[in-house]
Design a protein. Structure first.
Length: 160
């Protein structure tokens, strides 16, 4: 069984000279990402591995999680905007030894993947919110929604 944590990146700047892919977290976005990471740890949800979109805002959010948990980060182009459920599952399947995998990505791909994995319907992800899915089988429909963790819940769990 694998626990999959789906997480949306933190709040990013509106524009960047390098285009959308180069948009970095704002100072508040970085602070909130660090609080969300601390909240995951406080809730006992420290991942063994963080997979993230290669876009700067996801990489920075993933680094906050890695810093709080000591786990490695792996950038994966399949988690970029437009991510599909199949692409996400392919990425997770490449790490069979990881019991808890956090995937940091973008909307609306995260909502679609959550719905496909659990049948729970569409749930929006605020920045940097998360959802926890217990995967009895790594395929669409093979998961059970354990928790939806909006940013305010993660902040509260962190003590912020």
């Amino acid at each position: 069984m694998t626990t999959l944590i789906l997480m949306r990146h933190g709040v990013a700047e509106d524009h960047a000279p390098g285009g959308d892919a180069a948009r970095a977290l704002t100072a508040r976005g970085r602070e909130r990402a660090a609080q969300a990471a601390a909240g995951l740890v406080a809730l006992g949800l420290a991942p063994d591995l963080v997979l993230c979109s290669p876009l700067v805002r996801c990489a920075q959010t993933a680094q906050e999680v890695a810093g709080a948990t000591g786990c490695p980060v792996q950038h994966d182009d399949r988690l970029a905007p437009g991510m599909t459920t199949d692409a996400l599952l392919d990425a997770v399947l490449e790490h069979p030894g990881a019991g808890v995998v956090l995937a940091c990505s973008h909307q609306p791909g995260l909502s679609y993947a959550l719905a496909d994995l659990t049948g729970c319907g569409m749930i929006a992800f605020r920045r940097p919110g998360a959802a926890v899915v217990r995967m009895d089988a790594i395929w669409a429909g093979g998961g059970e929604l354990v928790a939806v963790l909006p940013p305010r819940v993660l902040r509260a769990a962190s003590g912020a």
